[in-house]
Design a binder for this molecule. Sequence first.
Ligand code: TTP
Ligand code: MG
Ligand code: MG
Length: 399
Amino acid sequence: MMSQAVTFSGVKRVFESVRRAWILYPLKRDKGGNHDESMAHLRKIIHVDMDAFYASVEQRDFPELRGRPVAVGGSFKRGVVSAASYEARQFGVHSAMPSAIAARKCPGLIFVPARFEVYRTVSRQIRDIFLRFTETLEPLSLDEAYLDVTSPIQVGLSATEMARRIRRAIKEEVSLTASAGVSFNKFLAKVGSDHNKPDGLTVIRPRDALAFIASLPVEKFHGVGPVTARRMHEQGIRTGADLRQFDEDELVQRFGKAGRYYFRVSRGQDDRPVRMHRGRKSLGAERTFDANLTDPKAMMERLSGIADKVSQRLQNAQLAGQTVTLKIKTSDFQISTRQTSTSHLIHDREDILEVVDLLLHHAPSPPDKPVRLLGISLSHLRSLADGLPPEQLRLDLEG
Ligand code: TTP
Ligand code: MG
Ligand code: MG
């Protein structure tokens, strides 16, 4: 009885905030400026994400790979899988999995090298398709973007219809499938695009949002990584409904700053705008370990995996950076960072690791307390997206 009462008042609060959000988003003035000023609207956001992107491009271009388990990248020693075809995923193969493990899980797995030039071309093609519908576009990586279609280029189309047309255009013009989510904020649109993968479309209407989030497993929340998901599970938090049982302070106590975000999105609130030019300041990855590390060699091993991830993310975002930061959290929860800048832009794993190795051992010496978290990030980022080779960027910087 008690928990029902709590849930009910929680739901009422959420309804109240959704209602308020509705009022707070005034309709953007269209070019004619002839709409009723007093009308208010929620935003309309579409998130589009290509299905098994790198792997699908390979299957498109090499018909002998179609219907077969394919892993892109990672055939080299200690490598990791960049992308897995849906056939490979049935065996449990996924992005960021060490190749050796992937090969064991899926005996017939075909490794193919990545062809970033081709992925970049496709990425530009889909971006051009998005631009037929809106100029308010935020690419998150080569294969996905948020579109704000509150004031669309083609007036009169619903957001759902635009998502349908985008998916159709991608299929017809690029011969690949994409999944899309349509909703009134970024969080829900993103969760939506993931919901019916591959080749799916999910529309989450305001009146359905709270029920949708309530049954959403926490590991499906954008922003909840595997470590946080495990911690949530340990605390009995499995779904959006479970998250909603806590007030904001409790969530912050349990999960730090991110708790505020969990509080809001579990209630369907997300007012982050779709930003056209994301001036990303830094890009990185970090890991919390199940058992603390004391041996610098073991730390370097973990850092090697993290460098892989960072380098893949840089590749995805088409960025290179000039400053490397190593973050260390010790068993007493003290966080320290060590940072240095290189003479040129770097983005590949080996270059990153070389600098990290230096930072770990010589700035000034390896940590003297057990380490529970390590992270690497790159800042002073520059874009590679315009097709400039790194050499040219280097000249730019020096000039
Ligand atoms: P995702 O969109 O995360 O994955 P995906 O497109 O392969 O599969 P899904 O159908 O689930 O969307 O990433 C897009 C591409 O980015 C992916 O094809 C390869 C690359 N990538 C990496 O290189 N490393 C990674 O860890 C991830 C997650 C992706
Ligand atoms: Mg994808
Ligand atoms: Mg993606």
